[in-house]
Design a protein. Structure first.
Lengths: 612, 188
């Protein structure tokens, strides 16, 4: 019977594509062209290659254990010879505890015919409801993963917080991750879906990477997700995930375990320092009253040191004697994420007032373009980069924050035009109330006329949104760039495909616009967008040709605002969005992911038509 | 020649690397596609694999083992792709048939469909083992070198993957072909 299945599987596997896309290799090589080679010694394969060939599993495990011991001994010697200073530790803002407790972290891994992700198949899987996956840390620098059937146990090192240059061991490769334990971060409230939602809203997490010891040390995460629940050290805990980093947090918000699962095959030195135990109330995941990052009027923010554009360290404490106006873009992808005022606009508004105020911009490296950085330099505005170690987490809110001459925080506003910003600065300098910030002319807001939006189509023709008046307009803003490589294309194809489906259902009585963002990350976004549209056209026919695909970077009349600040007028907009403008040119709906299916979109448009 | 090119590429010669990778691209694509069962994911996986190959090439001790190493990187990239893909919603489009098919053709389609469904429910480790042995025709020892697991593990993965495929097809038939996504996810 198995032979028959063998043959069927082999025949079925043989009957499939034998060639990839003809230009695929070019894209791959282009990606290679953007990649630097790493030194050989940091590559795990260099050390593991010889081990895996020709050794029995038992010998292999013994050899790995010896390697781990040798590495730990080497690290211990290295640590003994170099003890970091207290100042250095504080500056690095990193912590781990000297003696993490032994623990067992247990979850149920699925067994059955194909086993689980971790546990291999077992001979007696039939009828077995599941197998048990257990992570065991015995408090002595060793870690093992046990499957219920015990057929796969791997050893690995665990960071214990006492060493600098500790090896992350390649043995974890079998389960795809690196492992480290961090205990003692006391976070005063529970983790819940609402909390994670709040973290997402904030875009700046309260859980650091690695965890902070110094005030203000926060991490930046573009999206937190809630994962599984497990028992760690006898305590129920919840998994919270930020990209490749998984945190397990107990029901008092104590951070128990942190596992990073990216780049699992590398062997890298981990800089982990011993720091003072943080105060129990220092970090919070509960918004907003007791959150340290939510500075309130009169708070003195913690100091930090971050590199300027030219790499020179800049200290927040150097801004003294005058009020401070800080432009903050804390998200890693400002143009596609939170509302972010353009640095050029900011520079224009504050550049001539440097005798009255200090001005500073704080952002992730990707938040500002070269042109914006040049404008800041010309205006004498320091721009510091916060790459996620985030000493500036307390400036969590994208916008413009004001501090008085004594360094006390006053407020953060979200001006949507240079006029509003100038008015706010004037009021602050003259100690009069800062006027409310009206939505900018370039903002799509429900119930307001659609903004003037003039840009180009992908093929260079001028596009004016107002020219589509007289019938509803559906504007799709995918919120990300489609480069000429393959990233992002799947999701975009789906979105644009849905739009084409909706278009096919409603015909010409509705206009459709897709904003093709160019955020400056990819090698050729225009080509990437063109490829996506060609793909969609192949699937949906000529209806795609009736959809306006316009450039999202070269818009005019928007007063320097970037990307989704224009679309949403809402700092929560950082996902793909759809705006429905009615036939009178008034914004009727602002839809944020999850976006409606084609037939739902058609119903929404019909509702909008019926509201006239 | 390959070893020579590998050594040149290890010294940073991108042209040599291109000469190594370009001829292998479609072969790698065929493998990746069969593991991930999705054209876009396969392309992404290969790109990831090739980039990692260039990045870590200096860590390869034995240039003669380049091919096996490259396969391993692509298989690993496939695994990453599949894990990422689990978080994405899947949309199934029903396409109209433009002509009637005869019974034999339906039978063939049904047969393929059974295998497709069963294969999709295997873990990525088991898919990889099957593709290396049943598609590329590697020996257990060769597949073990690629997957960097003991030969016995490859043997057991293949053995149980075949058993599982058989069992899943049988279960599918009993279920009238209405296997649920939840079931598929569980088996992974």
């Amino acid at each position: 019977m198995n032979e028959l299945i063998d043959r069927r599987v082999a025949a079925w596997l043989a009957d499939g594509p034998v060639r990839g896309p003809e230009d695929g290799v070019e894209r791959a090589l282009a990606a290679v062209g953007r990649t630097r080679q790493r030194p050989g010694w940091v590559v795990a394969d260099r050390w593991l290659e010889a081990w895996s060939a020709g050794l029995s599993p038992r010998t292999w495990r013994v050899a790995m254990a010896l390697l781990v011991l040798a590495l730990l001994a080497a690290v211990a010697i290295g640590v003994a010879s170099r003890k970091p200073s207290a100042e250095e530790l504080v500056r690095l803002s990193q912590a781990a505890h000297r003696d993490p407790p032994a623990f067992t972290m247990t979850t149920t891994a699925l067994a059955g015919p194909a086993g689980g992700m971790y546990c291999p198949l077992t001979p007696d899987y039939e009828g077995d409801p599941g197998t048990l996956l257990r992570f065991v840390y015995d408090g002595d620098r060793s870690f093992r993963e046990e499957c219920y059937f015990g057929s796969q146990i791997s050893e690995m090192s665990v960071t214990d917080g006492t060493t600098a240059g500790l090896w992350k061991n390649g043995a974890w490769q079998e389960t795809g991750g690196r492992f480290e334990i961090v205990t003692g971060l006391s976070l005063p409230a529970g983790v819940s879906a609402a909390t994670v939602g709040w973290l997402n809203w904030l875009g700046v997490g309260q859980l650091d990477d690695p965890p902070p010891t110094a005030p203000g040390a926060l991490t930046t995460c573009s999206k937190w997700t809630l994962g599984s629940t497990m028992t760690v050290a006898g305590r129920p805990s919840t998994e919270v995930v930020c990209g490749p980093v998984h945190y397990w947090i107990d029901d008092t918000s104590r951070l128990l375990v942190r596992i990073e699962v990216e780049d699992k095959y590398s062997v890298e030195a981990l800089e982990l320092q011993v720091g003072a135990e943080p105060a129990a109330t220092l970090f919070s995941v509960v918004p907003p009253d007791n959150v340290r990052s939510a500075l309130t009027d009169g708070d003195t923010p913690p100091d930090w040191i971050l590199p300027l554009v030219d790499g020179v360290d800049f200290a927040w404490s150097s801004l003294r004697g005058r009020p401070v106006v800080a432009l903050v873009s804390t998200t890693p992808n400002c143009a596609g994420a939170h509302a972010c005022i353009g640095l050029e606009t900011f520079a224009a508004a504050v550049g001539e007032r440097t005798s009255e105020i200090h001005a500073i911009a704080v952002a992730d490296r990707t938040a500002f373009s070269d042109r914006e950085l040049a404008a800041a330099a010309a205006a004498g505005i320091p721009v510091v980069f916060d790459d996620g170690t985030a000493a500036t987490g307390w400036l969590h809110r994208p916008g413009v924050s004001f501090f008085d001459a004594a360094g006390r925080y006053r407020l953060t506003v979200d001006p949507r035009s240079s006029t509003s910003l100038t008015a706010a600065i004037d009021a602050f300098v003259h100690e009069t109330p800062i006027p409310p910030m009206p939505p900018g002319d370039g903002t799509f807001a429900v119930g307001r006329p659609a903004p003037r939006f003039v840009t180009e189509t992908l093929d260079g023709r001028t596009f004016d949104l107002s020219s589509l008046g007289g019938k509803p307009v559906v504007v799709l803003a995918p919120a990300w760039e489609v480069s000429s490589d393959v990233r992002g294309r799947d999701a975009t194809r789906t979105l644009v495909g849905d739009l084409a489906s909706a278009h096919a259902l409603v015909g010409d009585r509705v206009s459709f616009v897709v904003i093709a963002w160019n955020q400056g990350y990819g090698s050729s976004p225009a080509a990437g967008w063109a490829e996506v549209m060609a793909d969609v056209r192949a699937e949906f026919g000529t209806s795609v040709d009736d959809i306006h695909v316009v450039k999202g970077r070269t818009y005019a009349g928007l007063d320097g605002w970037t990307a989704l600040a224009w679309i949403g007028g809402d700092p929560q907009v950082w996902e793909a969005s759809i705006v429905v403008v009615n036939a009178d040119g008034v914004v009727a709906r602002l839809l944020i992911e999850p976006l409606p299916a084609p037939h739902e979109l058609v119903e929404i448009v019909a509702e909008v038509e019926g509201e006239r | 020649v390959t070893a020579e090119l590998v050594e040149q590429a290890q010294r940073g010669d991108r042209e040599a690397f291109e000469r190594l990778v370009r001829p292998a691209y479609h072969r790698l694509y065929a493998v990746a596609f069969r593991i991930v069962r999705d054209a876009d994911q396969a392309e992404d996986a290969i790109q990831d694999g090739i980039v990692r190959c260039w990045r870590d090439l200096r860590g390869l001790r034995d240039p003669e083992r380049f091919d096996a190493w490259l396969y391993r990187l692509v298989v690993n990239a496939c695994r990453d792709q599949v894990r990422r893909a689990r978080r994405r919603p899947v949309e199934v489009r029903v396409l109209p048939m433009d002509r009637e098919s005869d019974a034999e053709e339906f039978a063939r389609l049904d047969d393929r469909d059974e295998l497709e469904r069963a294969f999709a429910r295997l873990s990525i480790e088991h898919r990889s083992a099957l593709v290396l042995t049943h598609y590329l025709g590697m020996s257990v020892a060769e597949a073990a070198a690629v997957l960097r697991v003991p030969p016995g593990t490859v043997y057991s993965r293949v053995h149980y993957a075949i058993q599982a495929t058989r069992g899943l097809i049988a279960a599918d038939r009993l279920d009238g072909g209405r296997a649920t996504d939840a079931t598929a996810e569980q088996v992974r």
